[in-house]
Design a protein around this ligand. Structure first.
Ligand code: SF4
Ligand code: SF4
Length: 517
């Protein structure tokens, strides 16, 4: 019996039904129009590589990217219909640049550069390819994978391949592993080659028995790989909790898993890295689970191209997207409402969650009864009950002492609270204030250090000035003394001359007097 890793707290979730449809992959056809959203804050207009009316091919880069944002690629062949610059959008689902691409449904690709033996390339050149392929963390973080890999070189010893989907309705990663496990293992080797890790841990949950057997069989004789099975609990997929369950080590706020020697990648990201290096494909599609709560249908998984409008996805599945339907990105526990159905599938969207809007069923919030359920359930050892109290009283000092910034907003405490207190809502506000205080403190520190530096600089300048002045004074004195000396010498000479002149005059006068006699 293989060891099962566990973590404190969390919520026990029901296992998904063993149905072959769970990992049957469907393909969504191309919509008429694709909407590519790009954040403007990190972006400048001149970073665009296309203009309105231009023809584009599948996989063609639309932007150059920069330090914080990777290039974005066209998911289809067709032409650019419009580019909207929308910096003052009030809709939080709207990113700042919207590129509308009209598809010609031919899916003509750009020429792809494939690599047969990645070991003949340096880690830096492989990282460059990963950057140019637009790969970001597909587990939800959207952090550029190239940056993560650059930071990890010679700093990490273990690669953790995160195959955990603790949200009960999500099966996208499970589906990917069932269908593409061999490609994922190649992706693992590429990452291991780049970051020089010595161990690769593939982590999956205990209920995926079929997949466990499959992976065990494949990695049987492979030294580098190890399969780790974790208990089916929410929120096991968070990298902090994952490292805590596997190693017992805690990552403090402000630190990254790389600082502790662990490089964590989601399985979908590893798969995308393999496709980019070996097949030359940029990231233009991902697997998305569609979960319709009220129809109680099984989750379905689709290959969906990035930029596919949400309304097209729902219409294709004949899901009514009227006012009584709520559409979320995320799962049962962590999700955000999609207000505008013109918004499209993004790289970090792994699940679309649909449910009816039950207006009458509003939860009433009762006072805290100090039952302590939330404290037992918190997977990161926080004290939600006390945090709630200090959030209400705006006691920021106490909130800092309680490490509110370590809260991963998993909503577990909220789900177990018998008083229906929307704890996470309070924590989000508390965290925002804490972050602002931290930013303010950092700014104050920066300003005071700058001020101290300025003072120091002025002091040195003053010293130099005075020392210079002294030097010049000495010089002046020196010159003065020399001129004085000269003058004195001159006057002495003058006196001597005068004396001699007077002597001579006296001699001549004596001569003249002698002659007269
Ligand atoms: S939301 Fe925060 S406080 Fe609540 S259980 Fe999760 S980590 Fe703990
Ligand atoms: S679970 Fe709710 S009622 Fe119980 S202590 Fe926590 S906040 Fe209070």
């Amino acid at each position: 019996m293989k060891k099962k890793y566990n973590f404190k707290g969390g919520i026990q979730c029901i296992s998904i039904k063993k149905d072959p449809r769970e990992y049957f992959l469907n393909y969504l056809p191309d919509p008429e129009k694709f909407f590519i959203y790009i954040k403007y804050s990190h972006f400048k207009k001149n970073r665009l590589r296309v203009k309105v009316g231009q023809e584009v091919l599948c996989g063609q880069p639309l932007t150059f990217g920069d330090d914080l944002i990777v290039p974005v690629h066209s998911p289809t062949s067709g032409w650019i219909k419009n580019i909207y610059f929308n910096p003052k959008s009030s809709d939080k689902n709207q990113e700042k640049i919207k590129i509308v691409i009209l598809s010609n449904h031919l899916n003509k690709w750009i020429r792809l550069k494939t690599i047969k033996n990645y070991k003949t390339y340096t880690p830096q050149s492989l990282i460059k390819i990963i950057y140019q392929s637009g790969i970001v963390g597909l587990g939800g973080a959207q952090f550029p994978s190239s940056k993560k890999l650059t930071l990890s070189i010679n700093k990490v010893h273990t690669l953790i391949v995160n195959g955990i989907e603790s949200e009960p309705c999500m099966t996208a990663d499970y589906c990917l592993m069932q269908n593409y496990i061999n490609e994922i293992l190649i992706g693992c080797k590429i990452v291991a080659w780049i970051s020089k890790v010595k161990d690769i841990l593939i982590v999956i949950q205990e209920d995926k028995t079929e997949l466990i057997l499959k992976i065990q069989k494949i990695i049987e004789n492979k030294q580098l790989f190890k399969l780790c099975i974790i208990r089916k609990k929410y929120p096991g997929g968070s990298s902090k909790i994952l490292i805590k369950s596997l190693t017992g080590k805690e990552i403090p706020y402000g630190k990254h898993s790389i600082d502790m020697g662990y490089l964590v990648f989601n399985v979908a990201t590893i798969y995308a890295i393999k496709r980019s290096i070996i097949n030359g494909e940029p990231l233009i599609k991902r697997i998305v689970t569609l979960y319709n709560k009220d129809k109680n249908i099984l989750s379905k998984n689709f290959w969906v191209k990035i930029g596919t409008p949400i309304h097209f996805f729902l219409n294709y599945l004949k899901i009514d997207s009227n006012l009584n339907t709520l559409i979320y990105s995320g799962g049962v526990f962590m999700r955000y409402l999609i207000v505008n159905l013109n918004y499209s599938i993004q790289k970090n969207m792994n699940c679309i969650y649909v449910k009816k809007n039950k207006k009458n069923k509003k939860k009433i919030e009762y006072p805290c009864i100090n039952c302590g359920y939330c404290v037992h359930a918190c997977p990161v050892n926080l004290l939600p009950q006390e945090m709630f109290l200090y959030c209400k009283n705006s006691d920021n000092q106490k909130l800092k002492q309680l490490n509110i910034l370590d809260c991963i907003e998993c909503t577990v405490c909220e789900k177990v609270c018998p008083s229906n207190i929307p704890l996470v809502k309070y924590f989000r506000i508390g965290k925002k204030i804490q972050k602002n205080i931290d930013i303010e403190n950092d700014r104050k520190k920066l300003f005071s250090s700058l001020f101290r530096k300025r003072e120091k600089r002025l002091l040195i300048e003053k010293k130099i000035f005075y020392s210079k002045d002294q030097i010049s004074n000495i010089k002046k004195l020196d010159i003065f003394s020399r001129t004085q000396e000269k003058e004195e010498n001159n006057s002495i000479n003058q006196k001597i001359i005068e004396k001699s002149l007077r002597k001579e005059m006296l001699k001549e006068a004596i001569k003249r007097a002698k002659l007269k006699r």
